[in-house]
Design a protein around this ligand. Structure first.
Ligand code: HEM
Length: 154
């Protein structure tokens, strides 16, 4: 059960962040202010209500699974998790809430775009860290094979 929960949370977490990230870029570049406001609202509800429990589930089930596993890949995943959680809770969640608040009030000023840029940088950072955890997880379970450097060169 923890294995299945971890697989689902481990796939859903990066998918959520990637969806928020790409939809934000598309709507900011091509959408109206109304579309931006609609997206900012969707990122908070239901977005954050899916992302936060998913992150907690990935971290919790991962720590549980790590009790019976040792090694470099497990250690690397364990080290990344506090950064993923802190970045999510301290940067992404407040950014999403402020942006939603300002966009729904029609306030698209310099502060809005600075916070939007900060959210995109934090989102890209978390996407990278979560992607690395996903890759190392799939390596741990043998679903992703590591190609030896010699084989890659030939
Ligand atoms: C957002 C963070 C994380 C993501 C995206 C993630 C993703 C994944 C994925 C996709 C798998 C493969 C599951 C499968 O093939 O069935 C996996 C396996 C694993 N993960 Fe994570 N993981 C995360 C956090 C953690 C943390 C914090 C730990 C603790 C060290 C951890 C420990 C493990 C272990 C031990 C396995 C192998 C499980 C087994 O032996 O079946 N993960 N992870």
């Amino acid at each position: 059960m923890p294995k299945r929960a971890h697989l689902i949370a481990g796939m859903l977490g990066p998918l959520c962040i990637a969806t928020f990230f790409l939809s934000t870029i598309v709507v900011e570049l091509f959408g109206s202010h109304a579309a931006v406001a609609q997206l900012k609202s969707l990122i908070v509800t239901p977005g954050l209500w899916i992302l936060i429990p998913t992150l907690a589930a990935a971290g919790g089930s991962g720590m549980f699974l790590a009790r019976s596993r040792r090694g470099r890949l497990v250690d690397a995943k364990k080290k990344r998790m506090p950064f993923i959680a802190a970045n999510g809770l301290v940067v992404l969640v407040p950014c999403a809430i402020f942006l939603d608040h300002w966009a729904s009030a029609g306030t698209f000023d310099t502060t809005f775009y600075i916070v939007q840029a900060l959210e995109l940088v934090a989102g890209a950072t978390n996407l990278t860290l979560m992607g690395m955890n996903l890759r190392d997880g799939l390596r741990l379970t043998g679903r992703l094979r590591v190609t030896p450097p010699a084989a890659r060169a030939s």
